[in-house]
Design a binder for this molecule. Structure first.
Ligand code: BEZ
Ligand code: FE
Length: 287
């Protein structure tokens, strides 16, 4: 009897999926076999190495809880989340670029009034956010729903802190006014580390990579008749803009913040310290 070759094993595995009744299921399962077999043929792992890989994936699964999704983090640090996001980008002229949602989004964030301060008792430099939502011809989209969230001056999101159930900080859901604008007070975001105390952190350490993301404010924008936009804005000057651990930075999303002195500030605030402001127009693509 002839020895079975690696190519024959790959062909047999491919053929075993050829009868999948759903065309997309067939396409995807055969692509997994094709690329995974090519990967194994290239890397040629010892049985111990392959078991190590399976144990790593097991630890990734075991680290997952309702508040911690280690598989998403693995996809993020491998650049796959950004690849999926960028392949989906509509590519219409003038449409704002998207980036990763990240693990700290809350589905139904607290509803906030125009001009509200979403940073309750936070340290950090006050940041006035003034954004407009338009279509890609520049016409405003009144009534757009704009979710805004960010980490605090300590680099932590509210969901990473021990807040009582149902209490949030540094996030809010706004409805754009008649000009498509949303304004609120927040804090200047700072660089922070992705959760690095699990197997994904071990992977970063073993490969000499750092876990830092440049500071950013997250936005998720929905308007009827338009494709939802999930993106961030990154203040310029951050040391990690060129080496974001999850590859989320796009040059069109890096902005300069304006600096302001003490005295009167928006919404009647009297400032005894300097503050900053951010202004940006988000252009959505028709659905
Ligand atoms: C974030 O921006 O919140 C984030 C994105 C990917 C991984 C970790 C954090
Ligand atoms: Fe973030």
């Amino acid at each position: 009897m002839n020895a079975v070759t690696p190519e024959q094993i790959t062909r047999s595995a491919l053929a075993s999926f050829a009868g999948a009744p759903d065309e997309r299921t067939r396409e995807v399962s055969q692509a997994i076999v094709k690329h995974l077999h090519a990967f194994v043929a290239e890397v040629d792992p010892s049985p111990e190495e392959w078991m190590g890989a399976l144990e790593f994936l097991t630890r990734v699964g075991q680290k997952c809880t309702p508040a911690r999704q280690e598989f998403i983090l693995l996809s993020d640090v491998l650049g796959v989340s950004m690849l999926v996001d960028t392949l989906q980008q509509p590519g219409d002229d003038g449409v704002t670029e998207s980036t990763v949602l990240g693990p700290f989004y809350v589905e139904e964030p607290p509803v906030a009034e125009q001009g509200a301060n979403i940073a309750r008792g936070e340290d950090g430099i006050p940041l006035w956010i003034d954004v407009q939502v338009t279509d890609n011809a520049g016409d405003p989209l009144p009534g757009a729903v704009v979710d805004i969230w960010e980490g605090g001056a300590d680099g932590l999101y509210d969901v990473q802190r021990d807040l009582p159930d149902g209490e949030y900080d540094l996030r809010g859901r706004f409805r754009a006014d008649g000009e498509g604008r949303v304004k609120c007070w927040a804090v200047v975001p700072v660089s922070y580390q992705v959760p690095a105390d699990g197997p994904v952190g071990d992977l970063l350490a073993a490969t000499g990579r750092h876990p830092w993301r440049p500071g950013h404010v997250h936005f998720k924008i929905a308007a009827e008749g338009f494709a939802p936009l999930v993106t961030h804005l990154f203040p310029s000057g951050d040391p990690y803009l060129e080496s974001d651990a999850v590859f989320g930075v796009k040059p069109s999303l890096v902005i300069d913040l304006a600096e302001h002195g003490t005295g009167e500030a928006p919404e009647g605030r009297q400032m005894d310290r300097t503050w900053k402001s951010l202004s940006y127009t988000f252009a959505l693509s028709r659905a």
